[in-house]
Design a protein around this ligand. Structure first.
Ligand SMILES: [Zn+2]
Ligand SMILES: [Zn+2]
Length: 365
C-alpha cells in the first residue's frame, strides 16, 4: 500500500496558499481528471479521487489546521473497536460532497444514483498488540455495511406496485433551471434523478433501495504489520448500485504501545536497570522479552546510557520474517540506603582508593 501523499503536493499549492488558490487548484485538477473526460482510465480516476480527498481537507479551514498540525493522522478514525466508515473514495460520494463546486462547471448537480455504480469502500480499524505482530493473526471482524435491497432490487419500490414515470421530469431524471443567462440541468427533486416514481415504498428498505446488513468476515493479518498499514479485502465494502460491483474493505492496522518496549520498524527499545555492583563487576541479567524472559550479559564497567543488544528478539517486518533485535538502555541504580556490612566494606574500599568520603557522623575523613 502506497503511503498517502501530502495534500498540498497533490493540489500543487504551497502551504501558505489561501482558500481561493486551493479551490482554483482543485478545480483545475478535477476538470483535467474528471471521469467523464477520461472514461475507463483508472489512473485519472485515482488522481481525481486523490484531489478530491486533498480538497476535502485543505478546502476546509478547520480541517486544514488539523492537517497542518497532525498530518494524515488527524483524519484516521480512532478508538471505537469495530468502528468503520465509508472511505471517501467513491466518485459519486465526491460528487455529493462537492455538489456546489461541480454544479458551477458541469452545469448540473449529480444526485441520485441512476447509473450502475460500484459500492463505496469501507474502512475498519483493527487494533493489535505488539505480540500479535510477531505471528500475525486471523481475526473475525464484524461491521455494518450497506447493500442494495434484495426485495425491491434497489429500486425502493414495493415490487407488487412497481413504479410510474415521474411527471415532473417526464422520466428524464433531470430538470432545467434558469439562472440569469444560464440554463442548468439538475437532478429532478421529485424522483431524485431516477426518472421513476415509487407508487408504494418497499417495506424492507422503506423506499431507500438500500439496507444495512451486519457482515462478519475472517481477516488474515500478516506478521510484521505496523500502525498505518492498510489491508485491502476486495469486494467486502458496500454493495453496488444498479448492478454495480461492491466496494472494497480496507482494514487499517493500529498497534498498541507496549508497556516495556518502543518499536522502531523491526527493533525494540527498552531499559535495563542494574545495580552498581553489577555495573562495576559485570553480570548476567534476566530481561523481559515480548514472549517471556531471556538473559543478557552486562560487561564489567558498564555505564548508564550504554546499550545492550539482545539479538533476534525484535519483530519481523512485512518484507522479511527475520526478527529484529531488542536494545536495552542501561540504567545503573545507586542504592538509597546501604546495609551495615556493605557500608563498612565500602569504607574500606574508599580507604584503599584514597577517596575522601563523608564519615558516619557527617565528618569528612
Ligand atoms: Zn427494498
Ligand atoms: Zn423526476
Amino acid at each position: 500500500m502506497a503511503e498517502e501523499r501530502d495534500y498540498y503536493q497533490i493540489l500543487g499549492v504551497t502551504k501558505t496558499a489561501d482558500q481561493d488558490a486551493i479551490k482554483k487548484a482543485y478545480r483545475k485538477l478535477a476538470l483535467q481528471f474528471h471521469p467523464d473526460k477520461n472514461p475507463d482510465n483508472k489512473e485519472a480516476e485515482s488522481k481525481f479521487k486523490e484531489a478530491a480527498q486533498a480538497y476535502e481537507v485543505l478546502g476546509n479551514p478547520q480541517k486544514r489546521t488539523q492537517y497542518d498540525q497532525f498530518g494524515h493522522a488527524a483524519f484516521t478514525r480512532n478508538g471505537r473497536g469495530g468502528g468503520f466508515g465509508g472511505g471517501f473514495t467513491d466518485v459519486n460520494d465526491i460528487f455529493e460532497a462537492f455538489g456546489d463546486i461541480f454544479s458551477d462547471f458541469f452545469g448540473e448537480t449529480r444526485s441520485g444514483r441512476s447509473r450502475n455504480q460500484r459500492g463505496s469502500d469501507l474502512r475498519y480499524l483493527l487494533e493489535l498488540d505488539l505480540k500479535q505482530v510477531l505471528t500475525g493473526i486471523e481475526k473475525d471482524i464484524r461491521f455494518e455495511t450497506e447493500d442494495g435491497c434484495e426485495t425491491c432490487e434497489g429500486s425502493g419500490a414495493d415490487p407488487k406496485f412497481g413504479t410510474e414515470t415521474c411527471a415532473m421530469c417526464g422520466g428524464r431524471g433531470k430538470v432545467i433551471q434558469s439562472q440569469g443567462f444560464f440554463q442548468m440541468a439538475s437532478a429532478c427533486p421529485a424522483c431524485r434523478g431516477r426518472g421513476q416514481k415509487i407508487k408504494k415504498p418497499c417495506a424492507d428498505c422503506r423506499g431507500n433501495g438500500r439496507v444495512v446488513n451486519e457482515k462478519k468476515i475472517k481477516v488474515k493479518v500478516p506478521a510484521g504489520v505496523d500502525t498505518g498499514v492498510r489491508l485491502r479485502v476486495a469486494g467486502e465494502g458496500e454493495g453496488g448500485y444498479n448492478g454495480g460491483g461492491p466496494g472494497d474493505l480496507y482494514v487499517e492496522i493500529r498497534v498498541h504501545d507496549h508497556p516495556k518496549f518502543q518499536r522502531q520498524s523491526k527493533d525494540l527499545f527498552g531499559t535495563l536497570k542494574i545495580n552498581y555492583i553489577q555495573a562495576l563487576l559485570g553480570s548476567e541479567v534476566e530481561v523481559d522479552t515480548l514472549t517471556g524472559k531471556s538473559k543478557v550479559e552486562v560487561p564489567a564497567g558498564t555505564q548508564t546510557g550504554e546499550q545492550i543488544k539482545l539479538e533476534g528478539e525484535g519483530v519481523p517486518s512485512l518484507k522479511s520474517s527475520a526478527r529484529g533485535d531488542i536494545y536495552f538502555e542501561v540504567e545503573v541504580e545507586i542504592p538509597k540506603k546501604l546495609k551495615k556490612d556493605e557500608e563498612e566494606m565500602l569504607r574500606e574500599i574508599a580507604k584503599l582508593r584514597g577517596d575522601k568520603v563523608k564519615g558516619k557522623k557527617g565528618i569528612f575523613s
